[in-house]
Design a protein around this ligand. Structure first.
Ligand SMILES: N[C@@H](CCC(=O)N[C@@H](CS)C(=O)NCC(=O)O)C(=O)O
Length: 237
């Protein structure tokens, strides 16, 4: 098996450096665990653009693998898959890569805003003053209103999220993971979004309890890799 190289992952953190709540960074953490790789996770803050300027852009995750810096969670997943080809595949088969890419896009474009409407003010509370100001300014522009206004109608947002998750719920009624009988990168793309909520918010974003196949799936992934995700510092119980 390819030797474990020195890997560094720049990860979004709250004021508390142990609180790593970025959905995209969680995709990568799960992907690294899937490949049996360890990386040093460096805490990074929204306003710390200088620290990752070497990557040529201003967002995390950024993975540094020896002399190579890779930004963007999807590109990092492809990098890990090729570079560590003899370790467990993140996709299962080459034909599954475009499908996982669709799931990644669906998570980013559809799930992120649906979950954001439930947790934006919780995130603001985790940040230091400079990051909070940056977060409010950029997100209020994105959502077109004050964060408090965006999250105001929580029951409606919970219902909308539940409806958004209907295809996932139907899929998970018949199989344990999105990728089938075992988890793969498509699962981590969606699970990263739930880790975002779990780490940043004290309230659960799923109300269905034990009857909801999505809850059961989330439990399975919390337990994966010896409970890597379950053990992570989080605000939700
Ligand atoms: N498409 C990118 C998105 C990365 C992204 O949006 N990262 C957020 C943290 S979750 C970030 O770095 N935000 C910094 C900012 O908003 O300035 C990926 O999948 O990695």
């Amino acid at each position: 098996m390819t030797m474990q190289p020195s890997l560094t992952l720049y990860e979004l953190a709250g004021m508390d450096p142990a609180l790593r709540f970025s959905p995209h960074c969680w995709k990568v953490r799960m992907a690294l665990a899937h490949k049996g790789l360890a990386a040093e996770g460096l805490p990074w803050r929204f306003t710390d653009k200088e620290a990752i300027a070497f990557s040529g852009q201003g967002l995390v995750p950024v993975l540094v693998d020896g002399g190579t810096a890779v930004a963007d969670s999807w590109r990092i997943a492809l990098h890990l898959e090729t570079r560590f080809a003899d370790r467990p595949s993140l996709f299962g088969a080459p034909e599954a890569v475009p499908l996982a890419r669709f799931v990644n896009g669906w998570s980013d474009v559809v799930l992120i805003p649906a979950i954001a409407r439930l947790i934006l003010t919780d995130i603001a509370r985790l940040l230091g003053p400079a990051d909070e100001a940056y977060f409010r300014q950029t997100r209020e522009r994105r959502f077109g209103a004050a964060l408090e206004t965006v999250v105001a109608d929580r029951p409606a947002h919970l219902k909308a999220l539940s409806q958004t998750l209907a295809p996932l719920r139907a899929l998970l009624q018949g199989q344990d993971f999105i990728a089938g009988g075992a988890p793969a990168y498509a699962d981590y793309c969606v699970f990263g979004m739930f880790m975002w909520a779990r780490c940043a918010s004290p309230s659960d974003i799923l109300e269905g309890g034990g009857d909801d196949p999505v809850v059961a799936w989330r439990e399975r992934l919390l337990d994966a890799f010896d409970g890597l995700a379950r053990r992570a510092p989080a605000l939700a119980a």
